[in-house]
Design a protein around this ligand. Structure first.
Ligand code: ADP
Ligand code: MG
Length: 353
């Protein structure tokens, strides 16, 4: 339902949550929801390393850039490999959000979700970049924490809960209790790795060289982690490695499941390990509350069934799993008092310059 007053207040008190993901960056504004959802790509000049395009525009250039331009994902592995480029990206998305406001004068308060395990220097870089981009106040939150808040898990309560956030570059597993992370695991196996698996499979089984985006399309269309009620097929197009000519093949969902199994198995094992390490009282809680999957990778068909089948704990996919982190980060500002202790503290004086 459209509520004009809420909408107007949203414009006046600009509070935004940002999910700085390895694959996608999302911005959520209180009372307006997700206003930006773009790939975390930056096209730069190879020589000067100056950003030329950011977000969707940069992603369009992937695989099509002239020799002096290269498109990169500065957060690909869940670490900030290039500070300046990450800063440019953050700056672009914050300014773009601000531009969309009808009343642009209040400077926003911003909560940024960062991968867990980033270094002190990286945190400081994100904080400084957020302030530089015009934020009135900046706060950092670990992504699994934001994902759990966005998914509506009761992380502040003493009752344990668990999130598995499967993104592009990383999968993060966390068990929460009383507003803290009790157990956490972060691995560099997630959606991208499944795309790699598919490329590898097509190459070794059919001598077919396919692109990353074709592999991702196949994964989204027919990828699965558990037998499907109705198995399907899809046409993959690429280049035959022997003849050098274009070729298309039909791949079944059964083959695709076999293709992505290496990554799926690692993710499932990581969940199992995390549960093995969880104190028994909290495991008892999880048996009641279940395991929540978030992130784009959570939408692999049958993944929840597969995890449930392995660990014997009810598992479900969060509503709108791709936007959990951004919505969770946005929600923190609704009630900064209760959520203050879930935010990431910055050590004084650390700087990346
Ligand atoms: P990050 O938080 O790392 O930026 P996201 O949570 O945005 O990542 O998820 C991106 C990943 O999710 C990509 O690997 C993408 O291919 C995958 N993905 C998105 N939608 C689907 C879908 N419907 N089924 C399977 N995978 C998906
Ligand atoms: Mg994410």
């Amino acid at each position: 339902m459209f509520r004009p007053l809420d909408w107007f207040l949203g414009l006046m008190s600009l509070d935004i949550g940002i999910d700085l993901g390895t694959a996608n960056t999302l911005v959520c504004i209180r009372d307006q929801g997700i206003v930006i959802n773009e790939p975390s790509w930056v096209a730069i000049n190879k020589r000067t390393r100056k950003p030329l395009a950011i977000g969707a525009e940069a992603r369009e250039m992937v695989g099509r850039t002239p020799a002096d331009i290269v498109a990169i994902r500065p957060l690909r592995d869940g670490v900030i490999s290039e500070f300046e480029i990450t800063e440019a990206m953050l700056d672009y998305f914050i300014k773009k959000t601000h531009e969309q406001m009808i009343v642009p004068f209040p400077r926003p308060r911003v909560v940024v979700g960062i991968p867990s395990g980033v270094t002190e220097v990286e945190k400081r870089a994100v904080y400084d970049a957020t302030i530089q981009a015009g934020a009135r106040a900046a706060y950092l939150i670990e992504e699994p924490m934001a994902a759990a808040i966005g998914a509506g898990l009761p992380i502040i309560e003493s009752r344990g809960s668990m999130i598995v956030d499967i993104g592009g570059g990383t999968t993060e597993v966390a068990v929460f209790s009383m507003g803290g992370i009790v157990i956490s695991r972060s691995i560099r196996v997630a959606g991208d790795e499944m795309d790699e698996d598919i490329m590898q499979y097509a190459r070794s089984k059919y001598n077919l060289l396919i692109g990353e985006r074709m592999a991702e399309r196949a994964k989204i269309a027919i990828g699965s982690a558990f037998p499907l009620a109705e198995e399907r097929t899809m046409t993959l197009r690429g280049r035959n490695l022997i003849s050098g000519l274009p070729q298309s093949i039909e791949m079944s969902s059964i083959e695709l499941r076999e293709a992505i199994a290496p990554s799926v198995n690692i993710i499932v094992d990581t969940v199992k390990d995390a549960i093995d390490e969880t104190p028994p009282e909290l495991v008892a809680d999880l048996m009641e509350s279940g395991i929540c999957l978030a992130g784009g990778g959570a939408q692999i068909k049958g993944l929840a069934d597969r995890i449930e089948d392995t660990v014997k704990i009810r598992t479900w996919v969060a509503e709108d799993s791709l936007t959990c982190v951004a919505r969770g980060a946005g929600k923190v500002l609704d009630d900064l008092d209760s959520y203050a202790r879930v935010l990431v503290g910055l050590q004084r004086g650390s700087t990346h310059h």
